[in-house]
Ligand binder design. Structure first.
Ligand SMILES: NC(=O)c1ccc[n+]([C@@H]2O[C@H](COP(=O)([O-])OP(=O)(O)OC[C@H]3O[C@@H](n4cnc5c(N)ncnc54)[C@H](O)[C@@H]3O)[C@@H](O)[C@H]2O)c1
Length: 348
């Protein structure tokens, strides 16, 4: 007997949606059914690459197809909230890309819609599935680190202002490097800390380069400086209900020696970091740094896509649930609110 295929639709046909399609098209038990994108060009490209027979400019048409069980949302951040809620209300399980929304209020509504409709809401976080994160998670579960007190997250580009898409527009993205790339290291560090509840945030954002004519030193020159309304650099500090703290530094442009894409966890008994993978502790009366001799070459994005399909098929809870996305969104929104008001803000 042949296994029934999971039928998937795609809201958005840009870069990340086509990555979703690439992974899912290789799975025997998945059928790519429909794509919807406001851009005719994007729809045509997806159709050419993946042979869709159902192509729409309005995602609500896609949601009318009854036997689509699962939908991925790969639109810019401003178009995560409503399409996700509409898809959940149409009875679909949803994988929505990171960050799940532009604000914590939107994220809350998305989580509520999923609960009400008893559908899966999975967030497109993949770094928690990386071999390094799994190494650190094993250590945490075995009590190697003791209580995690502090996480330092750094997603710093010396010069890397996106010159495509709408990544420089606050009205479309909700912010700049903090919400776009900071979210990656925050989601995994926060997950490893046990997904604590954020209660207060303090932060600052600065815009000084992206809103000026593009320089020639950037590897991605000619960004649209006239519509650039997001920060170049964000820094923030967040306190959790369990007493732990997280800090973040995120930039599209910063005058630093080199970029960083990492986090460091500091526990009572040991510490660990993402890049390069390492753990720190005291052993045999000496401070030692532990470098893994081997880590599997697993593809976290591939795991994220397969995991979504398996959750749809088995109804198992996701390892990247909407509830985690909401807590991460509260961290992001808290830092942005603090930057706007110049004060520490309470969360929740
Ligand atoms: N998980 C990751 O590592 C990762 C990597 C890249 C991007 N992303 C996320 O994916 C999202 C999209 O990024 P991208 O790089 O693919 O951008 P993109 O600009 O390449 O694609 C976005 C597409 O959405 C379409 N679109 C806009 N509004 C729409 C709407 N209302 N209905 C249907 N289609 C609409 C656009 O026409 C475009 O084709 C962002 O939220 C980004 O943060 C995640």
């Amino acid at each position: 007997m042949t296994k029934k295929k999971t039928r998937v639709g795609f809201i958005g046909g840009g870069a990340i949606s086509r990555t979703h399609m690439q992974y899912l098209s290789k799975m025997d038990d998945v059928e790519l059914v429909a794509v919807a994108d406001i851009s005719e060009k994007a729809v045509e490209q997806c159709s050419k690459e993946f042979g869709f027979s159902n192509c729409f400019r309005d995602y609500r048409e896609l949601l009318k197809i009854k036997d689509i069980q699962a939908v991925t949302v790969g639109t810019p951040n401003h178009a995560h909230h409503q399409p996700t809620i509409d898809a959940l209300n149409a009875g679909k399980d949803v994988l929505v890309e990171k960050p799940m929304a532009m604000t914590a209020e939107q994220a809350q509504e998305m989580v509520q819609a999923a609960r009400k409709r008893r559908r899966l809401l999975v967030i497109g976080f993949q770094y928690r599935f990386s071999p390094v994160a799994r190494m650190l998670k094993r250590g945490i579960d075995q009590g190697f680190f003791g209580n995690i007190l502090y996480a330092r997250c750094q997603t710093l580009r010396r010069r890397g202002i996106p010159n495509w898409g709408v990544f420089g527009r606050k009205d479309r993205q909700g912010g700049g490097p903090l919400i776009d790339i900071g979210v990656h290291m925050i989601e995994v560090a926060h997950y490893l800390m046990g997904a604590p509840k954020p209660i207060a945030a303090y932060g600052s954002t600065y815009t000084y380069l992206g809103n000026t004519p593009s320089d020639t030193v950037s590897p991605w020159p000619h960004w649209d400086y006239k519509t650039y309304t997001v920060e170049d650099l964000a820094v923030g500090l967040v306190r959790f209900a369990n007493g732990a703290t997280l800090s973040v530094e995120a930039s599209f442009a910063a005058h630093i020696g080199k970029g960083e894409f990492t986090f460091t966890l500091m526990g009572e008994k040991a510490g660990g970091q993402f890049d390069p993978p390492m753990m720190f502790t005291d052993e045999a009366g000496t401070m030692v740094n532990l470098i893994p001799d081997y880590l599997p070459n697993d593809d976290p994005f591939g795991y994220k896509m397969r995991h979504f399909i398996e959750c749809v098929q088995t109804r198992a809870p996701s390892e990247a649930p909407g509830e985690h996305g909401l807590l991460v969104q509260q961290i992001l929104s808290g830092i942005y609110r603090s930057a706007e008001t110049g004060r520490e803000v309470r969360i929740g």
